[in-house]
Design a protein around this ligand. Structure first.
Ligand SMILES: [Ca+2]
Ligand SMILES: [Ca+2]
Length: 408
């Protein structure tokens, strides 16, 4: 390798390899694995699957995650409790188009979010999760990077951008009473940068039986995924078609492709049975050391004070977060600012958030006014691109376009 032809990537790989070997030879070279209890695909205990042919007990049951290191990144291999249904041969619910056109990566029924706590310092990092999960991540495990495995990665990213643009616009208006063109452009640029820094939506994906593999480059994680980091993993049902009811670009209601949960039994939702609370997260399975711990995690929330159920991370090497000795409550404040996105005006919050509460109270925003629509052309442009690339169906295009234009 040490010839004139040595390329930069090769050097980088060599450096990473050398570093890895020094830091943790075996684990880095061979990867690692974590397991989750079987049969706990019921959220806090009382979530039942929608009444549909392609989902049943076991379908979204996380069983294990294997991590394999490769030259330029990490392969995550997740095994579920049942064979993963193929979009091939299925039709969309609305419009009856081939589902495969929209869900191009061999799966369509679930999302897996992995929030990665790299530094293991209590209160250092973000504690929000993507819209629709109705969860936070514990301060103990505040994250630096999020991997979002979803059947339509490009669309998910675009919808999330549009959501943040609108949130940001409202925050700007609340702050200075108007939104100028340069504000919009700046906001768009910031949002793209922030999403790229914090979120990765894998597109190298393969499905075999009940296992799904996906690749995350080192350029995103900074290095190969380490067993010393913390991983908070949430499994949700995927609302693969963004029907008009889901495409609510309204703060507090926007849901990024998650099948919601509601009392009773439904075709298009997860059911909540046994009179358990209707506000529980629609998260079917969470990586946890035991079923009891999962139940505790998912039922520990309080809507009166906007306290969300907080996910706890698993560190495969058992690395305890610095500063967490005091207790498991996850409310100890430490140096680095935390960030929270949901309802708080997006990423722009450069000012440190007090880290006592996982999610700050929403910033009061004005109701829609003629001023609060500057990002509409930008969002319509994004929408046109998605349609032109064949990534969204015509029904989705029309529904979302109507929604955006109705803001005028
Ligand atoms: Ca499980
Ligand atoms: Ca962290």
């Amino acid at each position: 390798m040490r010839t004139n032809k040595t390329t930069l990537p090769a050097l980088k790989a060599l450096m990473i390899l050398t570093m890895s070997v020094v830091m943790l030879p075996d684990a880095r070279a061979e990867g690692f694995m974590v397991t989750d209890p079987r049969g706990d695909d019921f959220g806090a205990g009382d979530l039942v699957y929608p009444n549909r042919d392609d989902m049943d007990k076991g379908s979204l049951d996380l069983e294990r995650i294997e991590v394999e290191h490769r030259k330029d990144g990490t392969w995550f291999k997740v095994r579920l409790g049942r064979k993963i249904p193929d979009p091939k041969g299925q039709l969309t619910y609305v419009g009856k188009e081939p589902l495969q056109k929209l869900a191009r990566h061999g799966f369509y029924t679930f999302n897996i979010d992995i929030y990665v706590d790299r530094d293991r310092v209590v209160g250092s990092g973000r504690t929000d999760t993507l819209p629709g999960r109705k969860m936070s991540v514990s301060q103990n495990d505040a994250w630096e990077k999020a991997i979002v495995l979803t059947p339509r990665p490009k669309v998910a990213r675009a919808y999330y951008s549009m959501f943040l643009e609108r949130e940001r616009e409202k925050a700007i208006e609340a702050e200075k009473g108007r939104v100028d063109r340069e504000d919009v452009l700046q906001a768009q640029e910031d949002i793209q940068k922030e999403i790229s820094k914090y979120f990765f939506f894998p597109e190298q994906i393969s499905v075999t039986g009940r296992t799904i593999r996906f690749f995350v480059p080192d350029s995103f994680l900074g290095e190969s995924a380490s067993p010393e980091w913390g991983y908070s993993v949430l499994v949700t049902g995927c609302e693969v078609e963004q029907l008009s009811k889901v495409v609510e670009l309204t703060p507090g209601e926007f849901n990024l492709m998650v099948i919601p949960a509601a009392r009773g039994r439904h075709r298009d939702r997860f059911g909540i049975v046994n009179d358990s609370d209707g506000n529980q997260p629609p998260v079917i399975d969470v990586l946890a050391p035991s079923i009891d711990e999962q139940k505790r995690m998912l039922s520990d929330y309080d809507t009166r004070v906007d306290r969300l159920a907080a996910a706890r991370a698993i560190s495969p090497a058992g690395t305890i977060s610095e500063g967490s000795a005091v207790g498991q409550g996850g409310t100890v404040a430490m140096g680095t600012p935390t960030r929270a996105v949901g309802g708080s005006g997006g990423f722009s919050g450069v000012s440190p958030q007090p880290s006592v509460r996982p999610v700050p109270a929403p910033v009061p925003v004005p109701t829609d006014s003629p001023e609060a629509r500057r990002t509409i052309p930008a969002r319509l442009k994004t929408l046109n691109t998605l349609r032109d690339d064949g990534l969204i169906s015509n029904e989705e295009y029309l529904a979302l376009r109507r929604k955006i234009l109705s803001e005028i």
